[in-house]
Design a protein around this ligand. Structure first.
Ligand code: MGP
Ligand code: SAH
Length: 252
């Protein structure tokens, strides 16, 4: 090797030594997402195999063990789950892994690309139909046995209020969203902020005639409350005694 090419090689080695570890290379870990990055393996246990995320994906993805729980709880509903706000695929992947056929919708084409990449890593992409589109517009043409709703909560600042009311959900208020979901099926699962106004969530069941069963669950990861799930219709009362139109709140 000539002296010149040795020098060049040394330069390249020096440059590589300065690079961040491979799992950081797909996106820069900004201060805003650092806290979520530190929890990366509870978001995706296979994170190191090439999971892709963007900023919204980081702060919105459902932690894996909660997504598994949502999938287990869909069993009473049926075989097709519509994941109306699929994001980077946290929930869709776990629905598919449990054997459901998933229709995964997101308005952001980049999210759909990332979700598709992430589903491949988990080996479940064949069980998911990805659609880029607005759930509200697509709803009349959708069919499914369970509808899963994890809409935007308005960013990480959702927790600035003590009582998160359903009108704060995006892209439309929670009542409208629930009504649209009901045109597909009464078996609806909603993942909501931990500070959500629970009495408003219970009231959603009265939007249906006759009123739907509703069950509310607190979801913890390593002892920290991450969110609240409301189960409606056949997805309510899994493993607890059936009680018509009453509310049961429990911790998981
Ligand atoms: P968090 O409260 O921002 O994080 O989100 P954490 O780690 O509990 O931080 P702390 O400082 O509040 O203790 C908690 C979880 O809520 C996230 O892991 C997501 O699963 C979910 N989540 C958060 N946001 C802002 C959204 C959202 O806009 N939409 C949906 N569907 N889920 C969200
Ligand atoms: N459960 C997902 C996170 C969903 S975050 C996961 O585990 O990865 C909410 C998502 O809703 C965002 O990705 C956002 O792009 C999408 N979204 C916002 N408005 C929408 C609309 N009108 N129709 C479909 N998706 C929408």
């Amino acid at each position: 090797m000539s002296r010149r090419s040795k020098k060049k090689r040394r330069k390249i080695l020096k440059h590589n030594a300065k690079r961040k570890p491979s799992d950081d290379s797909q996106s820069i870990i900004s201060p805003k997402i650092k806290k979520y990055w530190l929890q990366r393996y509870s978001l995706f246990s296979r994170y190191d195999e090439g999971i892709k995320m963007d900023e919204e994906g980081w702060f919105s993805v459902t932690p894996e063990e909660i997504a598994v729980r949502h999938a287990q709880r869909s069993v009473a509903g049926g075989v097709v789950v519509v994941d109306c706000f699929a994001g980077v695929g946290g929930n869709s992947i776990q629905f598919a892994a449990l054997g459901y056929h998933v229709v995964a919708i997101d308005i952001d084409p980049k999210k759909v690309e990332m979700a598709s990449n992430n589903a491949k890593i988990y080996g479940v992409d064949n069980y998911i139909d990805f659609i880029v589109g607005d759930f509200l517009q697509l709803a009349p043409s959708l069919k499914g046995n369970v509808v899963f709703l994890s809409p935007p909560w308005g960013g990480p600042s959702y927790k600035m209020t003590d009582n998160f009311t359903l009108n704060l959900l995006k892209p439309v208020d929670g009542h409208t969203l629930f009504q649209v979901a009901q045109t597909i099926t009464p078996n609806i699962i909603m993942f909501l902020p931990r500070n959500v106004d629970v009495s408003q969530v219970e009231e959603l069941s009265w939007l249906s005639s006759p009123p739907l069963n509703v069950e509310i669950e607190e979801n913890y990861v390593q002892g920290f409350l991450k969110g609240i799930t409301a189960y409606f219709g056949k997805t309510a009362y899994w493993g607890v005694a059936q009680e018509t139109n009453s509310v049961h709140i429990h911790e998981v």
